[in-house]
Ligand binder design. Structure first.
Ligand code: DHB
Ligand code: FE
Length: 280
């Protein structure tokens, strides 16, 4: 049967993608940030996941503000990197896993979660930057990816509680897929950052640190945190962190922290990165 073996969280700052694509990842500004992913690249090369269910937010790229699904799942065979204004990033086309994605859609929708089924979509930095951080500059991504966009751009976002419960439903769905597949769930975005307004540039290291502690050790209690606390403490774009709870809900109650990294600054954002493995 398919099994979820591990979860990864990481920020997705678009300037990280530009640093990689323009050969700046070892300069004095970016070097210390990329150093936090060296372990992760070795780890994932050993883990060799077959499929990543990658929870991210589309930044008004695939979905204009005309139609904004709260939760969506990419069921296509492949997904092209989007043009975000400077042309598409020079990264490989993302190969999906249509069969598993359709199975998850069926199972999760029948567990009362409303997913939007997406059969054609381009993917922006929210999805491609985490892949670049974990796999580097690859000629082809060595894994299939099921894109799972969550709305944290247009008010109202889903609650952390809903995200956590959705992770559990995804877990059940994967467990009932009849194929030998090593599946990881990634929760991306965050940590504290605000890109506009009077509080632009906001970073809250103490709050971020506690968020990571609680995500590991008391995710159920953390999932009750109201959205307004994310925005107040972690900035308007800090709300992206509810997506990390989908990853956590998809893992066992007990997890092993394999890697933990926090770095400020990357553009306007506090970078947070975690690798959690399932314990029985
Ligand atoms: C930045 C961070 C984001 O999460 C994003 O979507 C765009 C920009 C930034 O820090 O520059
Ligand atoms: Fe973002």
């Amino acid at each position: 049967m398919a099994r979820i073996t591990a979860g990864v969280t990481t920020s997705h700052v678009p300037a990280i993608g530009a640093a990689i694509d323009n050969g700046k990842s070892q300069d004095s500004y970016w070097g210390p940030m990329f150093a936090g992913y060296e372990f992760s690249k070795r780890w994932i090369a050993q883990q060799k996941p077959d499929v990543i269910l990658l929870v991210y937010n589309d930044h008004a790229t695939a979905f204009s503000l005309d139609i904004v699904p709260t939760f969506a799942i990419g069921c296509a065979e492949q997904f092209a990197p989007a043009d975000e204004g400077w042309g598409p990033r020079p990264v490989p086309v993302v190969q999906g896993h249509a069969e598993l994605a359709c199975h998850i859609a069926q199972a999760v929708i029948q567990q009362d979660f409303d997913l939007t089924i997406v059969n054609r979509m381009d993917v922006d930095h929210g999805l491609t930057v985490p892949l670049s951080l974990m796999f580097g500059q690859a000629p082809a991504w060595p894994v299939r990816v099921i894109p799972f966009p969550v709305n944290v751009v247009l008010y109202p976002p889903p609650s952390g509680r809903r995200c956590y419960e959705l992770g559990k439903a995804i877990r059940q769905a994967v467990d009932s897929f009849d194929a030998e597949l090593n599946v990881q769930v990634w929760g991306t975005g965050g940590m504290s950052h605000q890109l506009q307004g009077a509080r632009a540039g906001l970073i809250n290291r103490a709050w971020d640190t506690r968020f990571i502690d609680r995500l590991i050790n008391e995710p159920d209690a953390l999932s009750h945190m109201p959205h307004i606390e994310y925005v107040r403490e972690a900035g308007s774009e800090g709300i992206e962190l509810v997506m990390w709870l989908i990853m956590r809900g998809a893992l066992n109650e007990k997890v092993r922290t394999v890697h933990r990294f926090y770095h400020v600054p990357a553009s306007n954002t506090a970078v947070g990165h975690l690798i959690l493995e399932n314990l029985p």
